[in-house]
Each structure stands twice: as structure tokens, then as C-alpha cells.
Design a protein around this ligand. Structure first.
Ligand SMILES: [Zn+2]
Length: 347
């Protein structure tokens, strides 16, 4: 009986001395050492558990209960002390490492789309709404695709309009316009109708200046099918201009010449800078040229695989950078590919 009272008394002492020792602990290492000494496998409390078998049967429940209480009390005390120390450390760091929450945050550099890409995507959206699919074709083309099949034979004077980068393989070049895509998409679609836009980079061997670059985007528009008329061309392009430049924008078609369309035209929109009154942007005319267009030449239709007796079509071509230049009054076309953030971040 005395022995068993001793066990219980010992448990009280264990608790008391362990708690006293815990008060002396000042750091994380001390906490770990205390945990091992007082709650570890060979700690006095745990020894009581493993020695329970030797305690008389009738007293086992009480000794076990008391041992559990002590273990629980020590665990709680440990958690409390640990939290106290954490708070103390936090308080200390707040006092010593002052944080000024009124300082402005560091700004993020937000990415954005290039102004040419923004304009391209707007063009995709407008034509996409009208049922045109985006069709991509190669930037490296054969002479035949870029010129011959588009009704521009080697001796044709229009070749002067497309000063060309030729590569070392004879007959291969960097496309000077997106029009060779017309042949690709027609040959892929024949005999079904075509309603596609062909966007992409074009290259011309030109003196780089504020007004001309050696690389630029173009978007070709092509519709081929039965009974497609000049009225369809006019209606589609006028609707494009309205959606791109504003519901009330006025447009006009002027006759022009391209070897791959007949008849050919150019479309102007009323100058949205001056509203048609005349300004430096429109050089006083009140109109801005935005695209070239025309009915697909019978020879081009035939080269695409369509019988011009049965099929007809219209085509148009525009420059997204030129549209961006007009809209944003960009003065130097070289800005587009100069990678100067001061320019690019404005859009
Ligand atoms: Zn104007």
C-alpha cells in the first residue's frame, strides 16, 4: 500500500519538478531537451506506464489515470510554453525589425500584347463574327506561289512593287505579301466555298525609314463560292470598317490595280482624327486608306483549282500596323519592331 502511495506521490513530484524545469527553458533547443527528458520514451512518467504491470491490480486504474493526467498536464504546459516563446520572439522581431506598412508596395511589371497583335486580334474578331476562319500559310514561299500563280509572271512590271528577299536556294523567297495563302487555302478547300482570313508576317527588301520597314504584318481576306459579287465585297468590307472604326464611319471605294484581282479597288475610311475636315494625318483629304481589294482574277481562281465560269470570289488585303499607326497616331513605323518599352508600354 505504501509503495503504491509512493507511486502516486512520485507522479505528483514528477509533475511539479518537470513544470519547474520548463519555466527555466529559454529557447527551442531547451524545449526539445525538456520534451525528451519529461515526455520521451524513458522519461519518469513513461516509466510509470511501462511498469503498470507490477502495480497491484486493484490500484492499476488509479495509477494509470493519474499518470495520464500528469502526461497531459506536461504536454499542455509544453505547448503553452512553446507558444509563449513564439509570441515573445515575434514581439522582439517586431520591435527590432520595424515594418513600415505605409510604404508603397513594389509595382509588378505587367505583361501585355504587342500593339500589332492587339490590332490583329481585333481584325480576327470582326471577321470571325462574320464567319471567316483564320488560315495560316508559310512565310517562306516559292517564286511561283508568291508571284506566278497570282498572275504576276517574271516579266510583269508589278514585280517592282515587291522588292524581294531571295534565299540562296533558287526560286525560294520570303513572302512579300500574304496573297500566296490564297492559293494554299483554295487548293485545300476546292470544290467547297472559302471564307478565310490569312494573317502573318511579310518581308520586303526596302530601305528602312520612318515610313517603311522590311517586315510587317498583313491580313488577307478571301471569299470564294457561287454567285459572289462585288456587292458582297463592298458589304463585307464596309461592315468590317464599321466594326473596326465605329458604327457611323463613312467609307469609299476607289478604283485601283492589282494583278490578282479584277476589278480592283482601295477602300478609304473617313479620317477619324479630323472627322473628314482635313488634317495632317489624312494629308488634308479627309480620308484614310485602309485596304486594297477586288474580285479574284479568273487566272488566280483557276490556279486555286476553281472553274471561273462556275465560281467567283473577292479578296482584300490590309496592314494591321498601318491601322494601328492611324488609330494611335504613331509617327515612326520602326517603333513596332524596335523593342523599346517606352513605346510598347503605351498600348
Ligand atoms: Zn484627317
Amino acid at each position: 500500500m505504501t509503495d503504491n502511495n509512493n507511486v502516486l506521490q512520485n507522479l505528483d513530484q514528477m509533475q511539479e519538478s518537470a513544470l519547474k524545469a520548463l519555466e527555466q527553458v529559454e529557447d527551442e533547443a531547451g524545449l526539445q531537451a525538456w520534451r525528451t527528458a519529461n515526455l520521451g520514451r524513458s522519461s519518469p512518467v513513461m516509466q510509470v506506464f511501462s511498469g503498470l504491470g507490477k502495480v497491484p491490480k486493484e490500484l492499476r486504474p488509479e495509477v494509470g489515470r493519474r499518470a495520464n493526467e500528469v502526461r497531459e498536464a506536461l504536454e499542455n504546459a509544453l505547448n503553452e510554453r512553446s507558444e509563449q516563446m513564439r509570441q515573445a520572439a515575434l514581439k522582439k522581431s517586431l520591435e527590432t525589425e520595424r515594418l513600415d506598412v505605409t510604404l508603397p508596395g513594389r509595382p509588378f511589371n505587367r505583361g501585355r500584347l504587342h500593339v500589332a497583335t492587339q490590332t490583329l486580334r481585333e481584325i480576327y474578331r470582326v471577321f470571325g463574327d462574320m464567319g471567316f476562319q483564320v488560315y495560316r500559310s508559310p512565310e517562306v514561299e516559292t517564286d511561283e506561289m508568291n508571284f506566278g500563280l497570282l498572275n504576276i509572271p517574271p516579266y510583269h512590271p508589278a514585280r517592282d512593287m515587291w522588292d524581294t528577299f531571295h534565299i540562296t536556294t533558287p526560286g525560294v523567297l520570303l513572302r512579300t505579301h500574304t496573297s500566296p495563302g490564297q492559293i494554299h487555302v483554295m487548293r485545300e478547300s476546292v470544290p467547297n466555298p472559302v471564307r478565310a482570313i490569312l494573317p502573318g508576317m511579310c518581308y520586303r527588301y526596302e530601305q528602312i525609314s520612318a515610313r517603311s520597314e522590311i517586315q510587317f504584318n498583313q491580313v488577307e481576306v478571301l471569299a470564294v463560292g457561287h454567285n459572289i459579287t462585288f456587292g458582297d465585297l463592298k458589304g463585307t468590307l464596309t461592315e468590317f470598317a464599321r466594326r473596326m472604326f465605329g458604327e457611323n464611319v463613312r467609307t469609299r471605294l476607289r478604283p485601283s490595280y492589282f494583278p490578282f484581282t479584277e476589278p480592283s479597288g482601295e477602300m478609304d475610311v473617313e479620317c477619324f482624327v479630323c472627322g473628314g475636315k482635313g488634317c495632317s494625318m489624312c494629308k488634308g483629304s479627309g480620308w484614310l486608306e485602309i485596304l486594297g481589294c477586288g474580285m479574284v482574277h479568273p487566272t488566280v481562281l483557276r490556279n486555286g483549282g476553281y472553274d471561273p465560269e462556275e465560281f467567283s470570289g473577292f479578296a482584300a488585303g490590309m496592314g494591321p500596323e498601318r491601322i494601328a499607326i492611324l488609330r494611335h497616331k504613331i509617327e515612326d513605323i520602326r517603333n513596332f519592331w524596335a523593342n523599346d518599352l517606352r513605346f510598347l508600354e503605351q498600348f
